[in-house]
Write a new protein. Structure first.
Length: 225
């Protein structure tokens, strides 16, 4: 009986050796690839967490500089953030924050540059929309009406579409294009149903131009060229 078991175990062992000889190299490479991929995945997520933590610290520095009104620190800390962590949400938040502070300190060109950077590189459409709206407003203040209008030509997310149409109306009005401005304001008025306070402001602009949006015909919602 014992001898039979020994022979059976030897046969099983021989089968295992044969299998490993035939497929062992392949199995080893598959394991290496799987384990290597898992290690890389873990390493990448660790790197992401590490980058986010470091970016958060630098964002705090930008925020402190803004609160202190130290424009030199704002520019320096934002430049560091942009250089080291430009792909993070923290960098785009820092740019919006820095732009507001720079504009308040009469650094309009630097403020516009920060906003333009966000508008061009931010992967989040909300950040891009906010940057484009603010940049357009700054360009309008500077009298660069065509450049301001250019920032408003691409589509905006639904949440920002009404604000974009209102600002487009402001730019067109500044350019002396009253008919186009009225159309833009009417579009804004229609799209701001969920923002009654802002809607009343747009209605006041239309009233000042001799238009009652309550009775006016529905305009085209397309962008004015």
């Amino acid at each position: 009986m014992a001898k039979a078991l020994d022979l059976e175990e030897q046969e099983q062992l021989d089968q295992i050796k044969h299998f490993w000889k035939k497929y062992g190299n392949l199995i080893s490479w598959v394991l290496i690839i799987v384990l290597g991929g898992y290690a890389s995945w873990n390493g990448y997520h660790y790197w992401q967490r590490d980058q986010a933590a470091k970016a958060a610290v630098l964002f705090d520095e930008v925020e402190r500089a803004v609160n202190a009104g130290d424009v030199v620190r704002v520019e320096r800390s934002f430049a560091d953030m942009k250089d080291k962590f430009g792909g993070t949400h923290y960098a785009h938040q820092a740019a919006l924050l820095a732009a507001k502070a720079l504009q308040a300190k009469d650094k309009a060109e630097a403020a516009r540059a920060a906003l333009k950077w966000v508008a061009e590189v931010a992967p989040d459409p909300a950040y891009r929309d906010i940057a484009r709206l603010r940049l357009s407003a700054l360009l309008l203040d500077a009298g660069s009406n065509d450049e301001a209008l250019a920032q408003l030509t691409a589509p905006f997310t639904p949440a920002m579409a009404g604000l974009s149409a209102d600002l487009r109306g402001d730019v067109l009005h500044a350019k002396g294009q009253k008919t186009e401005a009225v159309a833009a304001y009417q579009t804004a008025w229609q799209q701001l149903v969920d923002s009654p306070d802002y809607r009343r402001l747009v209605e006041a602009k239309l009233n000042a131009m001799g238009v009652d949006p309550q009775t006016a015909s529905t305009p085209s919602t397309g962008n004015t060229k």
